[in-house]
Write a protein that binds this ligand. Structure first.
Ligand code: ATP
Length: 234
């Protein structure tokens, strides 16, 4: 497995947000984490990217234990998160935002900028515009594009569909699939379970800090109890 979190527990003060969560992502996969508000999805991603430390358990990348490696070093190892809420730099232009994503690398990054622009032609058109003046969908594109500038092995996405219109969500999901087809492994957190399960090779269902199901995206999409709990019961 390329990325593994093995039996991790994470606390906020005395409250356990994750109680022995195990998730594995194989090279080339799209894996989704779904679950209700507060289930622990974001905390799981933060644990992987190094923003939260664990009380118990291990995080491994390509077999190497990185549990105690600081977050900024994990970026250099190939783990890169496009954060929830997008987290772009509003006062910097689109192009400057992209360059911020490659700060860990030396040398010419113009080929990476071109790659991002070919995935997101809208960003190319708006490369001189301030990030803060982009629409919500464009900001999400920029957040993903900036994460790609670090040439991640695993792209971590926290709710890329949040606050976006259905048509834009569709576009973003198609681009995530394209990024994956170009060789980037993807771990995706989503409230939008139907679309996440349709996209993902495999998925995990989190409930109050525990994994309660894991299966292929298709299996979960067709599972009556998952449908009732997370897909509006239709
Ligand atoms: P959502 O879909 O609403 O973003 P989530 O599944 O991503 O939810 P987390 O954000 O991981 O859930 O939260 C898991 C639990 O940890 C929740 O009970 C939450 O209230 C708690 N929690 C998260 N962040 C903090 C924090 N900084 N301080 C205290 N408790 C926190």
């Amino acid at each position: 497995m390329l990325l593994e979190i093995d039996d991790i527990s994470v606390y906020y003060g005395k409250i356990a947000a994750l109680k022995g969560v195990t998730v594995a992502v194989d090279e080339g996969e799209i894996v989704a984490l779904i679950g209700a508000n507060g289930a622990g999805k974001t905390t799981t991603l933060k644990t992987i990217s190094g923003l939260r430390s664990v009380a118990k358990g291990a995080v491994r990348l390509a077999g190497r234990d990185i549990t105690n490696v600081p977050g900024h070093e994990r970026v250099a190892l190939g783990l890169c998160q496009a954060p929830e809420g997008r987290g772009i730099f509003p006062g910097l232009t689109v192009l400057e935002n992209l360059h911020m994503g490659s700060y860990i690398r030396k040398g010419d990054v113009s080929a990476d900028v071109e790659r991002v622009f070919s995935l997101f032609p809208r960003l190319k058109e708006r490369q001189k515009q301030a990030g803060g003046t982009l629409s919500g969908g464009e900001q999400q594109m920029l957040a993903i594009g900036r994460a790609l500038m670090a040439q991640p092995k695993v792209l971590l996405l926290d709710e890329p569909s949040m606050g976006l219109a259905p048509k834009i969500i569709q576009q973003i999901f198609e681009i995530i699939q394209e990024i994956n087809e170009q060789g980037v492994t993807v771990l995706l957190v989503e409230q939008n379970a139907a679309q996440a399960l349709a996209l993902a090779h495999r998925a995990y269902v989190l409930e109050t800090g525990r994994v309660v199901r894991s299966a292929t995206g298709r299996e979960l999409l067709n599972d009556p109890s998952v449908r009732a709990a997370y897909l509006g019961g239709d």
